[in-house]
Design a protein around this ligand. Structure first.
Ligand SMILES: [Cu+2]
Length: 194
């Protein structure tokens, strides 16, 4: 328990430190101990793919994809720098993969809650990996939810202190949008090809 608290405080301290200045992207750098076969061939573009049926999308989230933000990233992105936009009513099918020995998880929350230490329940029913507060290591899980309310959300790590340290990407549910799109960092948003 003490050790766990200490870890949480250490992570929080590093999160606060990380705010000024922002951590440099560490392209090419690697976190040791990753089970690489769990995410072989997966790229940042896999954050958004067509789903199994019309009106659905597939989202593949790889925690600790690389060393960016101390591994607290999804497919290399953190702090909401990747933006998935979907039309209102889209069914979002998420595959979560954590190849690392450090626990992570995934949960859909109101974007404002990504800045809070306390993690709420998933905003949309079904929108989280099992036991998102405990996270999981070296494994994969799936969940899906229907984005039936427009707004700005986050696909965040639910492990204590990770979201506030930047372990989240943005999910925008747009009532005006006709197609889903993916925006990675400073690049232009790319519409999803069916
Ligand atoms: Cu995490």
């Amino acid at each position: 328990m003490i050790a766990r608290l200490f870890t949480a405080f250490a992570l929080l301290a590093s999160a606060l430190e990380a705010q000024t200045p922002p951590p440099a992207h560490q392209h090419g750098a690697e976190i040791p101990g990753l089970k690489k076969e769990l995410f072989a061939g997966i790229t940042a573009q896999d954050l958004l793919r067509p789903g199994s049926a019309p009106g659905s999308v597939k989202v593949t989230l790889v925690a600790t994809f690389n060393a960016a933000n101390y591994g607290m990233n999804f497919n290399g992105y953190s702090h909401g720098k990747a933006i998935i936009e979907v039309p209102l009513g889209t069914k979002v099918e998420v595959t979560f993969i954590n190849p690392s020995p450090v626990p992570h998880s995934a949960i859909v929350i109101d974007q404002a809650d990504a800045k809070k230490l306390q993690m709420p329940e998933p905003f949309f029913p079904g929108g989280a990996t099992p036991k998102h507060l405990m996270g999981q290591t070296m494994g994969k899980s799936q969940f899906s939810f229907t984005a039936d309310e427009a707004g700005d959300y986050a696909l965040a790590c639910g492990f204590p202190s990770h979201a506030v340290a930047g372990h989240w990407i943005a999910l925008k549910v747009n009532a005006e949008a006709k197609t889903a799109s993916l925006k990675l960092g400073d690049q232009a948003a790319v519409p999803l090809k069916p």
